[in-house]
Design a protein around this ligand. Structure first.
Ligand code: ZN
Length: 201
């Protein structure tokens, strides 16, 4: 029986690229979300096959009536507008409410996590902006302000890697996108880095 020909594994190429970047980096930031625990049996809230898909607990209209979700924040400049203002833009034909700075508004809400303390947020933002390689693992990057960190890193010139099973709003902005299981990919990256370090000694 002829085996189905699979094209050259681009995931391997991507992993090698990430390994090389890590080996040459001074500071690597690993940004993990709920997805990191999915492989240990805890379902992720937002990803495919996660809690959202299994139970669909909140419908969009109900969600938008929640006070917190009614505030919209620009992802780029952090400007806030009301949901009503956003609706005016959508009704006028905008695909997504857009800020005057060119950024997009999204609901300013922290749905499942706790609000990040200001001091910690600043520390993480600094770390992100100073990183050479920023790796997102198992996060759909939808919870603010955590989701702003990859953007800080990217804007500061970091090599942005996203390893996640489902899509994220940053997929088109990252340098390497691997849509696969975090545990499997991280294991391969770790092995590659270890091999690389052995060669450097
Ligand atoms: Zn803006």
């Amino acid at each position: 029986m002829a085996e189905k020909r699979i094209p050259k594994n681009t995931t391997t190429e991507k992993i090698n690229q990430v390994v090389q970047k890590i080996l040459g980096a001074k500071q690597v930031v690993l940004f993990t979300g709920a997805g990191i625990s999915t492989e240990s049996g805890i379902p992720d809230y937002r990803s495919q096959g996660g809690l959202w898909e299994k139970f669909k607990p909140i419908y969009f209209d109900d969600f938008m009536t929640q006070k917190k979700a009614r505030i919209q924040r620009c992802l780029a400049c952090k400007r806030l507008i009301t949901w009503e203002e956003a609706m005016v833009m959508i009704n006028a034909g905008a695909r997504a409410p857009e800020c005057t700075c060119g950024g997009y508004y999204k609901p300013d809400t922290i749905s499942f996590g706790q609000a990040m303390p200001e001091k910690e947020t600043q520390k993480v933002a600094m770390l992100s902006a100073n990183s050479d390689v920023f790796i997102v693992v198992g996060s759909t990057l939808l919870v603010q302000p955590a989701a702003l960190m990859p953007e800080y890193a990217r804007n500061a010139g970091a090599f942005l890697v996203i390893i996640n099973l489902s899509q994220t709003p940053f997929d088109s902005l990252c340098h390497v996108l691997i849509q696969d299981k975090a545990g499997k990919i991280l294991e391969k990256i770790t092995r590659g880095v270890e091999r690389g370090l052995d060669r450097q000694i």
